[in-house]
Write a protein that binds this ligand. Sequence first.
Ligand SMILES: [Zn+2]
Ligand SMILES: [Zn+2]
Length: 265
Amino acid sequence: MSLAVLASGSKGNSALVASARTRILVDTGLSGRETFKRLRAVGEEPASIAAILISHEHSDHICGLAILAKKLNIPVYMTEATFHACARQMRDQQGQKWSCARLETFASGSSFDIGDISVTPFTIPHDAADPVAFTFRAEGVKIAVVTDLGYMPASVKQHIRGCDVLMLESNHDLEMLRVGPYPWSVKQRVLSRVGHLSNEALAEFFSSDYDGSAAFVVLAHLSEQNNHPEIARVAAERALSTRRTLLSNRVLLASQCAPLEPIRL
Ligand SMILES: [Zn+2]
Ligand SMILES: [Zn+2]
């Protein structure tokens, strides 16, 4: 199994989860051209992708969806509510709602298979129609991709137990957000129970509830305004180091501007 994060952050999110046989593109927040460029940069051919999977309808997750679905002509998996929210948002020049040629809907909480990868979508607290995060299982490996959540509910903690690769949101440093340039209304949104996960909230998870299973921890969806990669890294590593058995967890940082070297297990 492998995870290649193509981009992560408020300007676009996309990642490739792959087994030896199956490749899944998780979110399409980059343009078609940029997605293809970054896929090739990590050694993947766009034509080999089996399906697109969408977490929620915010534009940093679906910006390239219409063009990628059309060019790749592969199934697009999302919940019914997310599809309707996407379709409303993605109107063409004539004002027609987007229609997805090969739509496959799933329900949050119900696992399904794409090729030999078992996908489990689960609900996350975020201000979208029906937002989900995912775990993926194949070849005895479990990978979680979990961003865009206001806090870490018990159900999410349960779903991400036993992961070999854990990609988790580390969106903002609370103090940087507090003194930063965002208008108060936006700060309130980010901080709310349906906003984004702070470095501090993630550290709290690592030092209290995390089972220490992951060989790799990927910090994701970092804010460019209200966070700094080294601040996020230090917060995570400090929290992980409070638990002696967890020292082997390697912390990586997903970036907005370049793909992360693929993690292979
Ligand atoms: Zn979002
Ligand atoms: Zn997002």
